[in-house]
Design a protein around this ligand. Structure first.
Ligand code: 13P
Ligand code: SF4
Length: 322
């Protein structure tokens, strides 16, 4: 009897309304919530968001919002950044397991040992890292401001750049600076096949190749344009070309097609033609989980106040320097 009643109430608690879009909208008003979504989220999540952007845009929105609740449709380091900026707000992440290979590939203990080898170096860390790594950094950057930030550092100041070696190499190329790189990479962007992209180009000779700087050098070499997700979207709108091979997570194509429905966007193929160009972490979030997170006001992103305070400084420096 008890088991049945418990099972019933549990299933009610998790029951999903048929009109999820309306249900999410109602909860948004009830909670005074803002939904922030990254371009790599599924299209149905992007469509209920108040703001869709790249990592920099999302941090700027999080720094600015007067909502009581931030529902972050993205990965953990993004929601954690929102929490660092808003300690008194409730920050919800639909699936707490939505991590990032770059963040996971840079453990605090190993990074502290690495950093200790270069005591006179300034540490610039890509935002795709944990709060602990941010707390050990001097400045945070994203793919859209990394070059700009490095260019503002005096020439004679040596720099450690972590954790993405591909973005780091791209920044070295653009700035002419010699950076000490942490050898991390993104499992999604390193999967693009140079050979398959070149082959695709032979059947679509007019198409422009646009790529995220997390891609490996052999892929970036073929790109007509390299930039963050927001700048790839902007470029695709402004370019005279009508066909694009998109070398980043294909979630961004949702907004590209919405902005210019007359243009064609071809996802760059991964090696072995697998679906590994989709970020497995980003895709853990679903519209159902987003609805349940708002309904139950969990899972909540939390972190220690000591780490938060230390991680806040380099994020604020980034926002000032952007
Ligand atoms: P953006 O800076 O373009 O948002 O990139 C984030 C990311 O995770 C790329 O893989
Ligand atoms: Fe991390 Fe790569 Fe996924 Fe971006 S696409 S969240 S860098 S694993």
């Amino acid at each position: 009897m008890f088991t049945t009643a418990f099972a019933k109430s549990k299933s009610n608690a998790n029951s999903i309304p048929t009109d999820l879009v309306t249900a999410v909208d109602t909860l948004k008003k009830e909670l005074n919530a803002v939904i922030l979504a990254h371009y790599y989220q599924e299209g149905d999540i992007q469509d209920v968001a108040d703001y869709i952007g790249d990592s920099l845009g999302l941090s700027q929105k999080a720094a600015d919002t007067d909502a009581d609740v931030i529902v972050f449709a993205g990965v953990h380091f993004m929601a954690e950044t929102a929490k660092i900026l808003n300690p008194n707000k409730l920050v919800l992440l639909p699936d707490l397991d939505a991590g990032c290979s770059l963040a996971e590939g840079c453990p605090p203990k190993e990074f502290a040992e690495f950093r200790a080898k270069y005591p006179d170096h300034l540490v610039i860390s890509y935002i795709n890292c944990t709060a602990e790594i941010k707390a050990m950094s001097d400045i945070i950057c994203t793919s859209s401001n990394a070059v700009k930030i490095v260019n503002q550092i005096p020439e004679d100041q040596p720099i450690i750049f972590a954790p993405d070696r591909n973005l780091g190499r791209y920044v070295m190329q653009q700035t002419g600076r010699d950076l000490v790189l942490w050898e991390g990479s993104c499992i999604v962007h390193e999967t693009f096949s140079e050979k398959a992209i070149v082959q695709l180009k032979t059947t679509h000779p007019e198409a422009e190749i646009i790529a995220h700087p997390e891609c490996e050098e052999p892929v970036l070499r073929h790109a007509n344009y390299i930039g963050s997700t927001t700048s790839l979207l902007k470029y695709s709108q402004e370019s005279d070309q009508s066909e694009f091979i998109v070398a980043t997570e294909p979630g961004i194509i949702h907004q590209m097609e919405k902005a210019t429905p007359n243009k064609t966007f071809i996802p760059a193929p991964a090696m072995n033609n697998c679906a590994c160009n989709e970020c497995p972490y980003m895709r853990l979030n679903t519209l159902e989980k987003l609805y349940l997170a708002m309904k139950h006001r969990q899972p909540e992103v939390m972190l220690s106040e000591d780490i938060r305070i230390r991680a806040l400084k380099p994020i604020q420096r980034m926002l000032e320097m952007s």
